[in-house]
Write a protein that binds this ligand. Sequence first.
Ligand code: ZN
Ligand code: ZN
Length: 360
Amino acid sequence: MTTALELSVKLHYLRQKLATLNLDAMLLTFLPDARWLTKFSGSNGTVLLTRDNAWLFTDFRYQEQVKTEVENAEPVITSDGYVAEMKSGKFSFGTRVGFQADKLAFATVEKMKEELPDIEFVPVTMFCEEFVAVKDSDELEKMRKAVAITDKVFEKILEMISPNVTERDVAAEISYWNKRFGAEKDSFDPIVASGPRGAFPHARATDNFIQNNSLLVIDMGCMVSGYCSDQTRTVAVGKISDEARAVYNLVLEAHLLGIRSAKAGMTGRELDAIAREFLTANGYGEAFGHSLGHAVGLQVHELPTIGRKGEMKIPVGAVITIEPGVYLPGKFGVRIEDMVLITERGAEPLPKAKKELIEL
Ligand code: ZN
Ligand code: ZN
C-alpha cells in the first residue's frame, strides 16, 4: 500500500535539500528521478520543483496518462519543452535554479542559459540519490514482485537447458517467460554465458550451443512498474572439473559472507572489501575484477555502489546486490548474485532460488 505520507516524504526531503543548497527551484531532467518523484512512466518528463510547487512537463502523447498516474506534481502538457514553459512567465520559480549537472548534456545547459539569461543556473550533483536509495513500501512491493518473477523464470528455464540449445535460445526463453509471468519487460538483456564465455562478466548470449561438462552463468532480471530485478546463478551442465566445483564453492562462500556482513551505515567500499579480502586470501582476488554489487530500483544500477569507489553509506531501506564472481580466462566464470534488502538488523535476501550448485 502506498500511503500519502510516504509520497509527501519525498517532497519534504527534496524541499529541505532546496533550502540547504539555497536554491529557489530544481530541475529534475533525469527521467528515472522524475518518475521516482511523480510515478509518471512516460518517455519524456521533466520536473521543476520549487519550495511551494512542483510541475511535471511532458508532451501531448501523455495527456491522458498523466491524469491517472502523476502524483506529487502538477502535470503540464507542452509542445515546446520545459525551457519554453519556463520562459512563458506562467510559472513562478525564483532566480536560482539547480540542474542535474551529471545528467544533462553540456549543450543543453548552454542553451538553457541563453534562453533564460536572468536565471542563475546552479550545477548540482547528488540532489536526490540518497533519498532514491531508500525504498518505500510501495517500491518494495514492486521489487519483491519482480524478484518473485525472476525466481519463477529461473525455475522454468532450468527445464530447457541442455547442450542441444544455444545461449540465445535460453536468453529468448528468459525474455518470453518474464512477460508471461507478468513483468513489463527484461530489466537488461539476459546474460547467458557457457564454458569459457562465462569468464566474460558481461557476455551477451551468442549462437553457441551450451557446452557439456561446463559451467553456465545466467544473469537475468525483469521490470515490474518500472522497478527492476537483477539476479545471477551459475549452474553445472554435465560433469564439471574439481577446480570448477572448488571455485563455485568459494564464490558461494564470498556471497554468503557478503550477505552476513552487510549492515546499514557501512560504505559500499567497506562491504566490497570484506568479500574481496576473502577471495584474495584464497588466491582469487585478481580474478574478481568488478564491484561486489550496486543498488537497484528504477534503474538496474543505482547508488550506492558496492565497490572500491563506493564512498556513500548504505542506508536502511536500500536494496543492493551481492554478486562476487571469479573469472578464469579460457576456462570458466562463476557469479552468484542476490538482491538484498538492508534492514535495521542486516540484509534480507529477496530471492528464493537455490544457491548450492545445481547440476543439470
Ligand atoms: Zn546481474
Ligand atoms: Zn547486478
